[in-house]
Design a protein around this ligand. Structure first.
Ligand SMILES: [Zn+2]
Length: 219
């Protein structure tokens, strides 16, 4: 497996923020520069993802991206060099720290809406306690909506609630309520047909990203 070393994404320096808290470089800080590794394909996809993110973000390009790492010698997608853990994004006057999701849902979900356009598997705050403090994303599944995917349904429900302003519970289960509310949300966005069509999923993600960022900008 050929791994590429990288130290920035879309021109923004990558920092590691998992040093001991006493160092002042612990979780939630800007950390300090590091050089994770991932496959060439993964690095290319990360580049595209973060370029798109900084293009649509009303705050422009960030100053620092914090991460807990990419390739790690262990089973799963990290061991294949196809996974990335995102802790935070620091702009000049704005920051996203993943664990602050409950206080910052618009920005969190705007960023997630971009990540999901490039990565099929995205695990975050709502998924389980292990992912409360970072986004894990990898290339292990295709970019598409799946009704049986807990993480995808949770994201959809959270986006409908926080970004689109529709009342819906967040439980990761595709049930009658979620189905009904999602039809209304898609209709309000002018998206014809269901989310199983990839183009509709991408359309929903793009519109949610733009709206999420504009709500975050107003805060
Ligand atoms: Zn991970």
């Amino acid at each position: 497996m050929a791994l590429k070393v990288f130290s920035s994404l879309a021109g923004v320096p990558l920092h590691y923020d998992r040093y001991p808290e006493e160092s002042g470089l612990g979780y939630g800080t800007r950390g300090k520069p590091f050089k994770p590794r991932a496959t060439y394909e993964m690095v290319q996809t990360l580049e595209e993802c973060f370029s798109a993110l900084f293009q649509i973000s009303p705050f422009g390009k960030a100053e620092v991206i914090t991460s807990a790492g990419a390739y790690v010698s262990k089973p799963g997608q990290h061991g294949k060099g196809q996974a990335f853990d995102l802790d935070g994004i620091f702009w000049e006057d704005k920051k996203l720290v993943a664990i602050e999701y409950p206080r910052n849902p618009h920005l969190y979900l705007a960023v997630e809406s971009v990540i999901r356009q490039y990565f099929g598997t995205v695990l975050g705050y709502n998924y389980n306690s292990a992912h409360k403090d970072h986004f894990h994303f990898d290339m292990g599944s295709a970019v598409r909506f799946e009704k049986m995917s807990k993480s995808r349904v949770e994201y959809l429900q959270a986006a409908m609630l926080y970004i689109h302003g529709f009342q819906v519970g967040i439980d990761g289960v595709w049930g009658p309520e979620t189905m009904e509310v999602s039809s209304s949300v898609l209709e309000s966005l002018g998206i014809k047909g269901g989310l199983s069509a990839k183009k509709n999923w991408l359309d929903f993600l793009e519109k949610s990203a733009v709206l999420g960022f504009s709500l975050a900008d107003g805060q």
